[in-house]
Design a protein around this ligand. Sequence first.
Ligand SMILES: Nc1ncnc2c1ncn2[C@@H]1O[C@H](COP(=O)(O)OP(=O)(O)OP(=O)(O)O)[C@@H](O)[C@H]1O
Ligand SMILES: [Mg+2]
Length: 253
Amino acid sequence: MAEAARSEKHIIEIREVWKTYRMGDEEVHALRGVTLDVIRGEYLSIMGPSGSGKTTLFNMIGALDSPSKGHVLVNGHDMGSLSQEQVAYLRCHSVGYIFQSFNLIPVMTALENVSLPMVFAGMGRKEYEDKAAAKLEMVGLQDRLHHKPYELSGGQQQRVAIARAMANDPALILADEPTGNLDLKTGQDIIEICMRLREESGVTIVSNTHDHKMLGASDRVVDLRDGQVERIRRSDEIDIQEGHIEGIEGVEV
Ligand SMILES: Nc1ncnc2c1ncn2[C@@H]1O[C@H](COP(=O)(O)OP(=O)(O)OP(=O)(O)O)[C@@H](O)[C@H]1O
Ligand SMILES: [Mg+2]
């Protein structure tokens, strides 16, 4: 009973996760015993210096890679005990991914890029085209359906990527530096879209970021350092003032 109640509240449970990469004779410990719960419906930001393990953790949560030690549970299912088919199903239906470099397919239009996860999910053509158009409208790109990525601005490409991430109505969006390639204003627009989608759909968002603008959007902020959780703060505990972040001088917000 206690197990079920816990899984109900927490969409993700990360338990003592280690990730060690071997480079010849050397070992790199990218994650060193990370334990973290993600609350269903929250907007969680993961911050930390370059090399602290953010992308590695993103890959573990999204089942793009597996831990060397420890467990990742999504909706109470231990990812390590699922078959390849079950992991593939989860990646397609339950998780939407957003990357810093957008990762759109260059020869496909916005509509085709957003349709792709629905094609993989076995949806019929009429249904996926209508739904892809609706998702693109949701991110304000109703007049860009037939543009290819190179015909779109960076911010527009990231909006296509958000629409694609939402295609199969996932429970969880994972974003790795979603504003990393965008200017200040465009990054702000992307964060606002993510916040609005969260409000409208109840999707859980976990976002890696260097970007202090993200803090205002987050319910909680996890600080990673050297592959470990240094601290977890609720956003109302973080002093965010214009031009200044607690403990960090001269940061533009
Ligand atoms: N495939 C890999 N093989 C070997 N070492 C790796 C691999 N991927 C990551 N690492 C190492 O693991 C550590 C964590 O890397 P990671 O990419 O998770 O950092 P990050 O916090 O995302 O950094 P950034 O902010 O620069 O994106 C780094 O020391 C990195 O060199
Ligand atoms: Mg990274």
